[in-house]
Design a protein around this ligand. Structure first.
Ligand SMILES: O=c1[nH]c(=O)c2nc[nH]c2[nH]1
Length: 433
């Protein structure tokens, strides 16, 4: 199953999906094609054939567009305060601990394994301010086989960050960011892993003007993705207006931080004109529907953004969001859009097919990776998912699809592949049958 369009998921039974040595989908052969049997037999003979049994389905892996890696041990805790109090009370003290690399190793190993087990084959991560701990995360993603985009968090504004957890000044924020970028380039070359550095101003309140501007220039110099938060709560939206007399999105743009490689989390407060700016800049929104319930003060207008041709993907926002599962976030995205509809935005409701598109195609477009679809030329990022209600429910393809969106949990995700490589497995494939 994969997205045909924003509104429709495709279901293709009885196909052979051929993956080449580099982990790219080479051909998708239908049972009606004349070489179906011979290609299948050749794969059985050389032991590369994997059969997906009745009641299980092959789906593209998911992209999680917003993960705060150092907050993993806090997931499901401490969600009782508004954003700025939450940051100062719980989150900055926790992130400050990542100067301890042994602690970073333990937490990051657990997080990346958990995300893979939940079907997330590509992750876009905020690290902490610590260059070395962020490299620990990169090495773990490389060794566990997840495609990863990772940012050293830059935050130097003494008015909005505590002394114990900030870059000392703009010079340090920019130098450490550049050092991280260069070390990631070296690590990518030596490991051949799919890892990329991301320019990461935490958000406008945390950063001085010099840092915002310097980071915009670094993104341009190295042609890198950018991630931050934008208009994520009433407080944060108002902060930009008070400091710059501009919308948050306009501030980010002024500093060169809205590009076609930018992914801005949340956007609950984005106005129509902000969406127009996102469209013009080809910037993506990382929609984090669980987190928005706690911090967003509103529901992100996904349907409106889509209508204004703004790309949208999904994020768990660990730990503003408590769940590492993109399935759980697809469900919440649909439920939250119903609340928006009930509040008077009549066209706001999104469907299961829409949510699945965000989790697959939307995320892949944001990061300019060829994943999210099961088509020749795309990376073989797959999850094999068992429909736990196959025996007792309708087996109409559309209903199977909706059931998978609503009921899949990590126990049902049997195998996960990134670029054709098995990165997670529970249970057996019935190879050769
Ligand atoms: O959900 C969020 N989590 C964070 O860590 C953060 N920092 C700034 N803004 C944020 N929002």
């Amino acid at each position: 199953m994969s997205s045909a369009t924003f509104d429709k998921a495709d279901f293709t039974p009885d196909v052979l999906i051929c993956v080449d040595q580099s982990g790219t989908i080479d051909r998708v052969i239908s049972v009606a094609d004349k070489d179906y049997q011979s290609v299948k037999q050749a794969a059985i003979n050389n032991s590369t054939y994997i059969h997906i049994s009745e009641g299980s389905y092959l789906l593209p892996g998911f992209t999680d567009l917003h993960i705060h890696a150092p907050q993993w041990s806090q997931a499901g805790l401490a969600l009782d305060k508004p954003l700025n109090e939450w940051l100062n009370t719980y989150t900055f003290p926790l992130e400050a601990k990542f100067r301890d690399l042994a602690f970073a190793q333990r937490v990051y190993q657990s997080l990346v394994a958990e995300l893979l087990a939940n079907g997330t084959t590509t992750g876009l991560y905020f690290g902490s301010i610590h260059t070395e701990a962020n490299l620990v995360l990169a090495k773990i993603c490389a060794s566990l086989g997840q495609r990863a985009f990772i940012g050293k968090v830059a935050m130097d504004n003494p008015d909005q960050t505590p002394e114990y957890y900030r870059d000392n000044d703009s010079k340090e924020a920019l130098e450490e960011t550049e050092k991280f970028v260069q070390k990631m380039i070296q690590l990518k070359q030596s490991s051949q892993a799919e890892i990329t550095a991301v320019i990461t101003p935490r958000f406008v309140p945390s950063c001085s003007d010099e840092t915002l501007s310097g980071l915009g220039k670094l993104a341009q110099k190295y042609d890198l993705p950018i991630q931050s938060h934008c208009s994520e709560s009433i407080w944060e939206d108002q902060y930009a207006k008070d400091r710059f007399n501009m919308h948050d999105a306009e501030v980010l743009d002024k500093f060169g931080l809205l590009t076609d490689k930018s992914i801005m989390a949340h956007g609950t407060q984005l106005s129509d004109s902000d969406l127009k700016l996102f469209h013009n800049k080809k910037t993506t929104i990382a929609h984090c529907p669980i987190s928005n319930i706690y911090f967003g003060n509103s529901v992100t207008r996904v349907k409106k953004a889509h209508q204004q041709q703004v790309n949208v993907g999904l994020g768990t926002d660990i730990s503003g969001g408590f769940s590492p599962s993109i399935y759980r976030n697809m469900q919440q995205a649909i439920m939250s859009s119903q609340i928006l509809t009930d509040s008077g935005d009549r066209n706001a409701r999104i469907t299961a097919a829409n949510a699945f598109y965000l989790a697959t195609v939307g995320g892949a477009k944001a990061l300019h990776v060829k994943t999210g679809l099961i088509k020749p030329g795309y990376q073989a990022d797959f999850q094999i998912v068992k429909d736990q209600y196959f025996d007792i429910s309708s087996n109409d393809p559309q209903e199977i699809f909706e059931r998978l969106v609503y009921h899949t949990n990590k126990e049902n995700i049997k195998q996960v592949y990134v670029s054709g490589k098995l990165v997670h497995s529970i249970g057996e494939n019935d190879n050769g049958k």
